[in-house]
Design a protein around this ligand. Structure first.
Ligand SMILES: [Zn+2]
Length: 298
């Protein structure tokens, strides 16, 4: 699943290319979208803004129409110049928004739906998201407040599961979850009630810094993809870019101990950590992980 930073990047590239522009054409392979477009055509409307809300991408058109897409595993938005050859087959096209200068094409998006401001607000399908870590309005204090409220209501929730919870804070995915907990020295299996305000502050500050660093200031030209390499260690070498994610069985880059992996939470997502740098705090014994490297990630 794409992380929030890739969705954010896509939203920003789309905003730069088609934001404020008049729609000159719209095409879709989805019956539901086509029906709305037949009733109230997109052509002639202005793209007011494109934004990400966690893993959702929202394109606002004048006249109170919002195209909401979710990429899940397979979807992507591409930008092309008019007449430019698409990098994916036409059969995978789900929607095309044309302006004078650009074609924004959604390929394979499994969820794409039109909303009005009101229906979006009332939708139970689009979760009410917490503040987006990458939003300009997001501050460390905002994030700490969200974590504190969550801890009060869910004292036994594990911190790494809480970091992934898009209702607490939006945008963080499975890679950052492990990287942020490591960088803050917090064992990912600790209960929320054991996390100090200072630790929350460290994690939020690191999350914001890492995620911002991965929002590359590229031009809006070319293809928007979801395969961007994430970097959290400052190293340029692809293999040395992450502290713990995907590194079970290898040496910790800080202390040399063996990195562990264990499935965590209701969705059994892989969590990576260093048992030395991220000591256990709480009752009972520290959770034990698997140190044998496997090909599986996620
Ligand atoms: Zn370590």
């Amino acid at each position: 699943m794409p992380e929030g930073d890739t969705i954010y990047r896509a939203a920003r590239a789309l905003q730069r290319a088609i934001g404020g522009k008049v729609v000159t054409g719209f095409e879709t392979g989805l019956a539901k979208l086509a029906r709305t477009n037949d009733d109230s055509p997109l052509t002639g409307r202005t793209v007011e803004k494109v934004e990400s809300r966690g893993k959702w991408l929202l394109i606002y058109f004048s006249g109170d129409l919002i195209l909401v897409t979710h990429m899940l595993m397979s979807g992507s938005w591409h930008l092309y110049r008019p007449g430019e050859r698409w990098q994916m087959g036409r059969s995978r096209m789900r929607a095309v928004i044309r302006t004078e200068d650009w074609e924004a094409v959604a390929f394979n998006v499994p969820i794409a739906e039109f909303f009005t401001a009101r229906s979006l607000e009332r939708s139970s399908q689009i979760p009410q998201l917490g503040p987006d870590v990458l939003s300009d309005h997001f501050t460390v204090n905002t994030g700490v407040q969200r974590l504190m409220i969550h801890a009060r209501e869910n004292p036994e929730a594990e911190i790494a599961v809480s970091l992934l919870n898009q209702r607490v804070m939006a945008g963080m995915g499975n890679v950052y979850k492990s990287e942020v907990a490591f960088a803050a020295g917090v064992n990912p299996f600790r209960a929320m009630r054991t996390i100090t305000a200072h630790e929350m502050e460290k994690m939020v500050e690191i999350a914001q810094r890492y995620m911002r660093a991965n929002v590359v200031d590229g031009s809006s030209e070319g293809i928007v993809t979801y395969s961007g390499n994430r970097r959290t260690t400052h190293a340029m070498d692809r293999e040395e870019r992450l502290w713990v994610y995907g590194r079970q069985g290898q040496e910790c880059r800080r202390c040399g101990a063996t990195i562990m992996m264990r499935k965590q939470g209701p969705q059994a997502r892989s969590t990576y950590w260093c048992p030395e740098c991220q000591p256990w705090v709480g009752e009972g014994t520290a959770p034990v992980g698997n140190a044998v490297a496997t090909a599986h990630k996620g």
